[in-house]
Design a protein around this ligand. Structure first.
Ligand code: 5GP
Length: 254
């Protein structure tokens, strides 16, 4: 009898959950991408806008991704540009970027999501058009909670607060200007944040540029796939560059 009650309760719990959260199509997880400004600026000095470069990891974006690679019937290897009126395909969301609705997030965005390559607003628009438009398209289709531009940016900022990348690396002895095996970077984040991330270097160099934390479709942190834990890195010893722009003031947005 007790077993029967348990079985019925389990069945009800499962069916209730699946009625709230529709079957995920192919976009099954997210990368929260945090970048190390000194690496971007060391390699892209001409376009480096921020001076001084932030001394912590800052957001690059929150990217939906296909769990199993390419999704049949979809363009690209991962979902992107879901409001793209420049293609023949119908846009999946009608969601042009609107900076004005982010005004309550602006101090957090300026501090934690600066652009090193263009104006902040252009960077945020790029991230929204390319990745955010698809994140909310997927979230709407699967009954998720992040269905507006404001919710998308707020979620990225909230997730960033859950894990201090720089402190986690420092606790493992990896500090600005230091070097370590790629596996030590991964292990340091696993230790500090609870999950194994993806470490990405600047285009085939040995300079760490991004730490990407993986999240499932309920935005619970998960281990990134082991085979993809190191991307675009050359050699097994990876640096965390100390590069610093010499002039002192950030370049203002126009
Ligand atoms: P992604 O397409 O990888 O999401 O974003 C990269 C694009 O954003 C590139 O076109 C790059 O020039 C631009 N960008 C502007 N600011 C930044 C920045 O601070 N970091 C990076 N990685 N790309 C930036």
């Amino acid at each position: 009898m007790r077993f029967l009650c348990f079985a019925i309760a389990t069945f009800l719990a499962l069916t209730t959950r699946s009625s709230v959260r529709a079957q995920a199509p192919c976009d099954e997880f997210f990368y929260l991408v945090q970048q190390w400004g000194p690496t971007f600026c060391k390699h892209d000095r001409q376009t480096c806008r921020q001076a001084p470069v932030s001394s912590h990891f800052t957001l690059h974006g929150l990217w939906p991704n296909y769990d199993k690679g390419h999704c049949p019937g979809k363009k690209g290897a991962w979902p992107q540009n879901c409001d793209d009126s420049s293609t023949d395909l119908p846009p999946e969301c009608d969601c042009p970027f609107d900076a004005s609705i982010l005004s309550d997030l602006s101090s957090d965005m300026l501090e934690n999501w600066p652009s090193y390559g263009q104006t902040n607003t252009d960077f945020w628009k790029h991230e929204w058009d390319k990745h955010g438009s698809c994140a909310i398209t997927y979230e709407k289709a699967s009954g998720g909670s992040v269905t507006t531009e404001h919710e998308y940016f707020a979620k990225a900022l909230e997730l960033r607060d859950q894990c201090n990348v720089l402190e986690s690396l420092a606790a493992a002895g990896i500090t600005r200007g230091g070097k370590a095996p790629a596996s030590d970077f991964i292990a340091a984040i696993k230790q500090g944040c609870g999950v194994s991330p993806q470490l990405a270097c600047h285009y085939g160099s040995s300079d760490a540029e991004e730490i990407r934390i993986c999240y499932d479709d309920a935005f619970e942190a998960i281990d990134c796939q082991q085979a993809k834990q190191v991307e675009d890195c050359r050699g097994s010893i990876i640096s965390l560059p100390a590069w610093q722009k010499s002039s002192s003031a950030p370049i203002a947005d126009q």
